[in-house]
Design a protein around this ligand. Structure first.
Ligand code: AMP
Length: 122
């Protein structure tokens, strides 16, 4: 499957759609989810065009992958989520219900997630 340049996050990265930026550097963008499922719901994406975690883990460099996840933790700490805890979720492909085919993780926090609660319907 080829990367779809017209996906929503590609448009955000090109500046064609607005976003509420939480963090940005040369390789990563983090922004508030447009339909938050939790008091804090931030999406973190690499700027390079990876479809999903399969693509990112297979084709990203170890440095890129390591940097990405280090930044996910840094962003969560900057949002004050580390003390009470938070969830990091990545939906990949059809079975997981991935809607936007640009690799992303969701950082979800700000309240307790009920036991067994998944990314949606919490
Ligand atoms: P997923 O279902 O894991 O692919 O998650 C995609 C997420 O992107 C959903 O939580 C959407 O609410 C969110 N989303 C879709 N469009 C936008 C947008 N323009 N800005 C911010 N978040 C968005």
């Amino acid at each position: 499957m080829a990367y779809d340049n017209e996906n929503v996050f590609a448009k955000i990265l090109r500046g064609e759609l607005p976003n509420a930026t939480v963090y940005e550097d040369e390789s990563i963008l983090a922004f508030n989810d447009i339909a938050p499922q939790m008091p804090v719901h931030v999406l973190v994406i690499p700027k390079r065009p990876y479809i999903d975690i399969n693509d990112f883990s297979a084709n990203g460099t170890i440095e890129e992958i390591g940097n990405f996840f280090a930044k996910v933790g840094e962003i969560a700490r900057s949002l004050g989520l580390d003390e009470d805890g938070y969830r990091v979720v990545s939906n990949n492909g059809e079975n997981a219900g991935q809607h936007v085919p640009h690799f992303h993780v969701h950082i979800l926090g700000g309240r307790k997630i009920k036991e067994g609660g998944m990314a949606r319907g919490m």
